[in-house]
Design a protein around this ligand. Structure first.
Ligand code: CP
Length: 306
């Protein structure tokens, strides 16, 4: 399986997803046995215009574990010539002369697609504003498959900042490729899931509902996918942010309403939307989910370089 640019969740079909999940599972063993030197002559550039902990570190760890090398700027806006006014296109053009793959996080929707239009080296979208985060969605699905055992027939509640959340957008696109999925979108009125995603689900006859009451859906679902209310996406709409923050908090009460075999996921970082008292419950899957990011990104890099 050969992958080139990884830009949006819609580009993956069922057989590619299966290949990625199988390879990610093999990568768990590769990591356990100390890595490989398969890609020792390959170089990955990480170009991040927005902050990150998991995505950048897991991509860079993935490349090191595969035996490759990394060049990086964790704050491209400040520490690259973007600070002098260089365009994304010019920066990517230059990196094409140095790196074999370029991982980009940017604050503008469509930035990775713009980069891919002029880049011979594969571009991997590590999050483009409120657009998409396809590699996060892949690790989310991998986690669901590992924890629940299957994706077909899944009932999932996506909770929180659905209007501005790129992870829930990408995850919904991927879930729509499976059978008998039920999606419960739980959000404050100001942060409801966008119409383009709902239309996509209607076109594919995927069951969904929109709710404001989280307690009502908790006994129904296999997965509670909590998200952070993203202050940085509100701009000067501080009053709107204040209205939305703290509306949904996962705590002991939440656990008491959830199924025994269900799980809680979160792309992280979290603020106060999951209480720390939940961390020790076996249903708290979010740290295992972040760990899976390493294996899935190793699988993706491996497919890019194959
Ligand atoms: N889930 C995620 O994208 O986390 P980071 O912002 O820390 O990369």
């Amino acid at each position: 399986m050969k992958l080139h640019h990884i830009i949006e969740a819609q580009q993956f079909n069922s057989s590619t997803l299966l290949y990625i999940f199988d390879t990610a599972f093999e990568m768990e063993h590769v990591v356990a046995h100390g890595g490989t030197v398969e890609f020792q002559k390959r170089i990955m550039a990480t170009l991040f215009y927005e902050p990150s902990t998991r995505t950048r570190f897991s991509f860079e760890t993935a490349m090191h574990r595969l035996g490759g090398r990394v060049i990086s700027t964790e704050n491209a806006g400040e520490f690259s010539s973007v600070a002098k006014g260089e365009t994304l296109e010019d920066t990517v053009q230059i990196l094409n002369g140095y790196a074999d793959v370029i991982v980009i996080r940017h604050y503008e929707v469509g930035a990775a697609k713009r980069a891919s239009a002029i880049s011979k080296a594969p571009i991997i979208n590590a999050g483009d504003g409120a657009g998409q985060h396809p590699t996060q969605a892949l690790l989310d699905l991998y986690t669901i498959r590992k924890e629940i055992g299957a994706i077909d027939g899944l009932k999932i509640a996506m909770v929180g900042d659905l209007a501005q959340g790129r992870t829930v957008r990408s995850l919904t696109y991927l879930l729509s490729k499976y059978q008998d999925i039920k999606i419960y979108f739980v959000a404050p009125t100001l942060l409801k899931m966008k119409e383009d995603i709902l239309e996509h689900l209607r076109e594919r006859n995927i069951w969904y509902t929109e709710e404001t009451d989280l307690d009502k859906v908790l006994p129904e679902v296999d997965v509670v996918y909590q998200t952070r209310i993203q202050k940085e996406r509100f701009g000067d709409r501080i009053a709107d942010y204040e209205k939305c923050r703290g509306v949904y908090v996962i705590d002991r009460h939440t656990l008491s309403l959830m199924k025994e075999k269900s799980i809680i996921m979160h792309p992280l970082p979290r603020l106060d939307e999951i209480s720390m008292e939940v961390d020790s419950d076996p249903r708290a899957a979010y740290f295992r989910q972040a760990q899976n990011g390493l294996y899935v990104r190793m699988a993706l890099l491996s497919a890019v370089f194959s």
